[in-house]
Design a protein around this ligand. Structure first.
Ligand code: MG
Length: 378
């Protein structure tokens, strides 16, 4: 690794871990964070959680696990080029979706609706809960005891009301400060990854077509280039050649615009980063183009009737499960039945943690086990 910029996060300017631990040997603190994330149970469950398409719809679609790996790859490339901490950008990327419910955004919306009277449900906050509390694997602390900068990067957004309850992690939202550049990179790498893989998965599913996508400039300019250079190749190759060019364009633009933004601020320390405006950014031109793509995906893919049907089913499953556990906590698996589940107010958060931790297929099975009355369903 080339030398880190003075304003990159490093072991020497890190605010460290909540629970003191001896320094790791043979790896950095942020490599240790990444390793803990990869070995967590929540990380393994990402394999069976929906990104857009429910896991059982096809083996080739992205899941939250493959999405997170793609985000990490993109974030590392960008961090390396900007002389920032690659290991931190990777750790944040791998952990950024740990708090997601089953069934993607449909699941999160349904659970948030169920939790309205109990403080709501937000997947960002849940990701922090997972790494701070819910992973119960270590002898001397709850959660993964990650470094402050990794946790800060996981908490992308936070309302002022929640920020006030989040201690040191909430401070920046109240003081109008930015997170590290590594966190900003992971955030935009997420956007690059999902916009591009949703084009790819959308085409593979047949819900959107190349003809429709030719109305989107960011796609069309690369699509024309590929078709002109390789008139003989089949559509599958055309799609991949187009998508890889789109990712390259977005990454390259993000690096050059961010490098210019950083240079203009004359940054010296990590504190300078926190006081500056958000510096990791696309150019205005590319932002505008990306917006057209996002709108296209929203209208033609995320609102496609087949996706909407799956979302409606998913929401019903989440609401049914939440309702039945709230009504009768004795139906919860034994390890979830604690003194907290006796009281309605504290029971809701336990139920939300249980549901949020489910994979798509586990939620479907659990719904069957509780609601189906056939002999073999218990
Ligand atoms: Mg994501």
């Amino acid at each position: 690794m080339s030398e880190l910029a003075s304003y990159a996060v490093s072991e020497s300017n890190s605010r460290g871990r909540r629970c003191h631990e001896a320094s790791p040997s043979g790896r950095s603190e942020f490599q240790r964070d990444r390793d803990r994330i990869i070995h967590s149970g929540a990380f393994r469950r990402l394999e069976y959680k929906t990104q857009v398409f429910v896991n059982h719809e096809g083996d080739l679609f992205r899941t939250r696990l493959t999405h997170s790996i793609e985000v990490a790859q993109i974030a590392r490339s960008i961090a390396r080029r900007l002389n920032l901490n690659e290991d931190l950008a990777e750790a944040i990327s791998l952990a950024h979706d740990l708090g997601h419910t089953p069934f993607g955004h449909a699941g999160q919306d349904a659970l948030n609706g169920c939790m309205k009277a109990y403080g709501g449900f937000e997947h960002n906050l849940q990701s922090v809960r997972v790494v701070d509390m819910l992973e119960a694997r270590y002898a001397t602390f709850d959660g993964l005891n990650l470094c402050f900068e990794t946790r800060e990067g996981i908490l992308k957004h936070c309302s002022p009301v929640h920020a006030a309850t989040m201690g040191e992690l909430g401070e920046r939202f109240l003081a109008d400060r930015r997170p590290s550049l590594e966190a900003q990179i992971a955030n935009l790498a997420d956007e690059i990854a999902y916009n591009n893989h949703d084009v790819d998965d959308g085409l593979r599913s047949g819900l959107i077509t190349l003809e429709q996508l030719s109305a989107v400039p960011l796609v069309n300019e690369h699509l024309c280039e590929v078709r002109q250079a390789y008139p003989e190749i089949n559509d599958r190759r055309v799609v991949h050649e187009t998508v890889r060019r789109m990712i390259n364009t977005l990454v390259t633009d993000l690096i050059s615009q961010s490098a210019a933004n950083i240079a203009a601020q004359h940054l010296v320390t990590l504190d300078d980063v926190r006081r500056a405006p958000a510096l990791i950014a696309f150019s205005d031109e590319l932002n505008a183009k990306q917006l057209v793509l996002k709108k296209f995906l929203h209208t033609h893919l995320y609102r496609h009737y087949r996706v909407m049907r799956m979302s409606a089913k998913a929401q019903r499953i989440i609401r049914d499960l939440f309702g039945v556990f709230m009504e009768d906590p004795r139906l919860l698996p034994t390890q979830f039945q604690t003194s907290e589940t006796q009281l309605e107010s504290s029971r809701a958060r336990v139920v939300a943690d249980y549901i949020a931790g489910m994979t798509d297929r586990y939620a479907i099975r659990e719904h069957k086990r509780i609601f189906a009355v056939e002999e073999d369903s218990i």
